[in-house]
Design a protein around this ligand. Structure first.
Ligand SMILES: Cc1cc2nc3c(=O)[nH]c(=O)nc-3n(C[C@H](O)[C@H](O)[C@H](O)COP(=O)(O)OP(=O)(O)OC[C@H]3O[C@@H](n4cnc5c(N)ncnc54)[C@H](O)[C@@H]3O)c2cc1C
Length: 375
């Protein structure tokens, strides 16, 4: 018998620093720091500000800041999917923060960029987006809820938004109001302004630890320094594909975990779970691979202005919502009685999956958008 003698390992101080990728860094945070507090977040007992700051320090919110005329959103989506694979609520907050950064990165208001972009990209400044109502209004579903009036040096804004997530007393979020002349203006709202009131929402079925509030603008003065775009519509046209494509990280991560759950139950229940026709992990792995390939292509080109590209983005987002619900439903059937326990993640993933399908643009809105495009 011969023995191989290993070289003595170098002391940690002598070891060269190990380069880790964004995805590896985010996965480590998700699995080490986030996993133990997922239930507290799900029950609404914890808003994970410190984990969001860790994700910011790891670069989760900065890879999609364009350095030139093009940018690839895939690294941001991949990072988000690592978070969503562990916790849907945190995946959503990662999207909220990434979307705030996306607005700041694309504004032509240099003063605002200088004041907030770096702070938001590092998660020193936390926040989100109140664009559900505007996005619905642009597609003829409801009227704009915020009204504004031009005054010296800014606008006075009045009205209320029923839900804005990833906010708190010192947070910010992007939103849109309408002036009497019909002009729409996109701003960053500063929640520390005493004339912006945050009212806690009633408990949700899921996504409860997401720092979600109803927001009341009480004749709030919003200075020009906080204006993302005085003409919101062209700005929205620029950022809308990114807004939607970034959401793919929530769906992809959730589906990945549902496939893992189905595989985990195979050892003990495979002999009967195999009768769940078209609901096997391999079926969903196929769905995921198709979604993933489309995300890779579309997310590499978020400033594409063609109608064909926009239609593909909307279609992909629709499929992601439907596949999330289908995968979580299948994972529940595979898990059986154990998945029905409140301590099992199958039921949490099912509740979270509906959010992928109802957060703006919701399934019904996406179907309306596709129908309108066809007409
Ligand atoms: C947990 C959670 C977090 C959310 N976070 C955000 C966010 O960060 N930013 C954002 O812009 N949107 C947020 N939303 C809203 C979300 O994106 C969707 O707009 C919402 O889920 C409904 O979309 P829908 O298209 O199905 O509209 P529908 O439910 O068909 O209609 C929505 C409209 O119905 C009315 N309405 C229904 N229920 C209520 C209620 N309880 N209180 C007040 N009005 C009501 C309102 O007029 C609302 O605009 C959040 C929703 C939830 C449940």
């Amino acid at each position: 018998m011969s023995f191989a003698f290993a070289e003595p390992s170098p002391s940690p101080a002598a070891m060269p620093p190990v380069e880790t990728s964004l995805v590896e860094r985010v996965r480590a945070i998700a699995q080490t720091d986030l996993a133990p507090v997922v239930e507290a977040i799900d029950h609404g007992a914890l808003y994970p500000a410190s984990i969001l700051r860790q994700l910011g320090a790891a670069g989760a919110f900065s890879s999609h800041v364009p350095a030139g005329p093009q940018v690839d959103l895939n690294p941001a989506i991949d990072a988000m999917s690592e978070v969503a694979a562990v916790c849907g609520a945190s995946g959503f907050m990662t999207w909220c923060q990434s979307t705030l950064v996306w607005y700041l990165a694309n504004t032509e208001n240099e003063k605002l960029r200088a004041a907030m972009l770096e702070r938001a990209a590092s998660a020193d400044l936390l926040g989100g987006t109140g664009l559900s109502n505007p996005m619905k209004s642009f597609f003829g579903i409801e009227k704009l809820k915020l009204k504004g009036k031009r005054v010296d040096g800014g606008y006075i804004v009045r009205g209320a938004l029923p839900w804005v997530s990833n906010i708190g007393p010192h947070h910010t979020f992007g939103t849109i109001f309408e002036c009497a002349d019909g002009e729409k203006v996109m701003i960053v709202a500063d929640c520390s302004d005493p004339k912006i009131e945050l009212a806690p929402c009633d408990p949700f079925l899921a996504m409860d630890g997401t720092g979600t509030y109803a927001v009341h603008f009480k004749d709030t003065f919003v200075a020009d320094d906080l204006v993302l775009a005085h003409a919101a519509l062209p700005f929205v046209k620029k950022i809308r594909a990114g807004f939607i494509l970034l959401q793919m990280g929530m769906g992809v991560g959730l589906i990945r975990d549902c496939i893992a759950m189905m595989q985990q139950t195979r050892t003990s229940l495979g002999h009967v779970n195999k009768y769940l026709v078209m609901q096997q992990p391999e079926d969903f792995a196929g769905v995921l691979a198709k979604l993933d390939a489309q995300v890779r292509e579309l997310a590499a080109d978020p400033f594409n202005t063609t109608d064909a590209y926009w239609r593909e983005v909307v279609q992909l987002r629709l499929e992601a919502g439907e596949a999330s619900v289908a995968a979580a439903h299948a994972a529940m059937l595979h898990a059986g009685a154990r998945g029905y326990l409140k301590s099992h993640r199958a039921q949490r993933r099912l509740r979270e999956s509906y959010f992928v399908a109802i957060v703006t643009p919701a399934t019904k809105q996406l179907r309306k958008m596709l129908a309108d495009m066809a007409a």
